[in-house]
Design a protein around this ligand. Structure first.
Ligand code: CAA
Length: 412
């Protein structure tokens, strides 16, 4: 039976209003300059040697990037949610590793605290996160629970005014660098219908450890690893939401993480155009630039199409966040569409560069490797395909959520 709670097919187009402002232009420009000046220098070597760098996070904090879309009363920049998308787009235009920092820190971690935290918790955690003094990350995936997120086995057991957590998480971006983690667990001995709980875990907690993963195809200048919890005692006031809310906290975190991945993917397409347009104008075959060849033009046109559709899709999601509408469905669509478009653009960029697309003297082979990952993390291509079909068929609920992000402009 189709889901009775599916309250709409889609947001009415007449209601949309995401006119960009001068502030958005300034954020775009400063994130672009940050990428050019702070991320690109030395990147090829860091990527070759798979060397991540904690100093980049400090620079991002100093540049104000880590406080985007956090209200001023918690020390943030007080910018709207579209600003976060624009910054992700421009950072990923330089390198995916920089955008991943925004995804896990701003998207998965800070915005989830903003959505689910008590006032005391927001006051406790957000100011340090907004300034970059602390960097946040996210721990959901386990060796045997990726797409099947409900199958996690990391446990939390209540013990007085603490929870004792045991288990491990894998594929954790910033595993070695983040100061605090949003960790999703299963509650042992709970009678809750969905026995999950989410905690903010300080990396200095006894029983916490991390280890880097090596040999990745892409995002080599970024840190990815595993985190382990051995009889780790987490204070009860670090529970985000209530006991039983953990799975919903995880899914809503993904609404924010996927948004940053969708917007970042547009940056890869722009980077492909940045590389391909001059190359196609300079490189000559038979006495004329390859840009004059229709098959090359077709590939350039397809990248332009992906960039423009991608922007509209993520602006729409940003607007829905600003106006307090549930956007799980639209965010999944944007993530699914934009990641595929970025991978397609990067593949075409390699094609246009010919043999030069196959060596790291040119950046397009990095775009090709980096864009592949985004079709796996934060919901595989297949998961989003299924979600889109299930929404349309009425098999998946789209009802408004009890806990929403604060709308923009932020109050007080
Ligand atoms: N916000 C809040 N609540 C939500 C929600 C959201 N976005 N989405 C669902 N929920 C709620 C539902 O309302 C439901 O609650 P009720 O029972 O009260 O109605 C409950 O959560 C269960 O929802 P579903 O029935 O939709 O759950 P499901 O089991 O069908 O979900 C799935 C299946 C969509 C495939 C989900 O498991 C999924 O998204 N899997 C992919 C996980 C993923 O993306 N992992 C990547 C992790 S991050 C990463 O890659 C690493 C990193 O470091 C960045």
């Amino acid at each position: 039976m189709p889901h009775a709670a599916n309250h709409r097919d889609s947001v009415p187009y007449w209601a949309m209003d995401f006119a960009l402002t001068q502030e958005h232009d300034l954020i775009r420009e400063s994130a672009y300059k940050f990428g050019q000046n702070e991320i690109l220098p030395g990147l090829r070597e860091r990527d070759r040697e798979a060397k991540s760098d904690r100093a980049t996070l400090d620079k991002m904090g100093k540049a104000g990037l880590l406080g985007l879309s956090i209200p001023a009363k918690y020390g943030g920049s007080d910018t709207d949610y579209i600003s976060l998308g624009i910054a992700c787009e421009e950072l990923e235009r330089a390198d995916t590793s920089a955008r991943v920092v925004m995804s896990v820190h701003s998207g998965l971690h800070c915005m989830t605290i903003l959505q689910w935290g008590t006032e005391e918790q927001k006051q406790r955690w957000l100011p340090k996160l907004a300034s970059g003094e602390h960097v946040g990350a996210f721990g959901l995936t386990e060796p045997n629970a990726g797409s099947d997120a409900a199958n996690i086995t990391t446990t939390a057991v209540k013990d007085g005014d603490h929870y004792v957590v045991n288990g491990s998480k894998t594929w954790i971006s910033l595993a070695d660098y983040a100061d605090q983690f949003l960790v999703i667990t299963k509650l042992s001995g709970s009678s809750a219908k969905a026995p999950y709980a989410a905690f903010i875990v300080d990396r200095n907690t006894a029983g916490f450890s991390s280890r880097a993963l090596h040999g990745k195809l892409g995002v080599r200048a970024g840190n990815t690893g595993e985190i382990f919890f051995q009889d780790m005692r987490v204070p009860a006031d670090c529970l985000l939401g209530k006991e039983g809310d953990g799975f919903k906290v995880a899914m809503s975190a993904l609404d924010h993480g996927r948004y940053t991945v969708a917007s970042g993917s547009v940056g890869i397409i722009t980077a492909c155009l940045d590389a391909c347009v001059p190359y196609a104008n300079d490189r000559k075959v038979g006495g004329e630039p390859i840009g004059k060849k229709q098959l090359v033009q077709q590939m350039i046109a397809s990248m332009v199409q992906g960039r423009e559709i991608g922007r509209l899709l993520y602006y729409k999601v940003g607007w829905m966040k600003n106006t307090g509408q549930r956007h799980t469905r639209e965010c999944s669509l944007a993530k699914w569409t934009n990641c595929a478009a970025a991978f397609d653009a990067a593949n075409k960029a390699v094609e246009i560069h010919g043999a030069y697309g196959y060596i790291d003297e040119f950046p397009v082979e990095r775009y090709f490797r980096n864009s592949r990952g985004a079709m796996i993390y934060e919901g595989t291509h297949e998961i989003h395909t299924l979600m889109q079909a299930e929404y349309e068929l009425g098999y998946r609920s789209d009802k408004p959520l009890a806990h929403m992000l604060p709308t923009y402009p932020f109050e007080g």
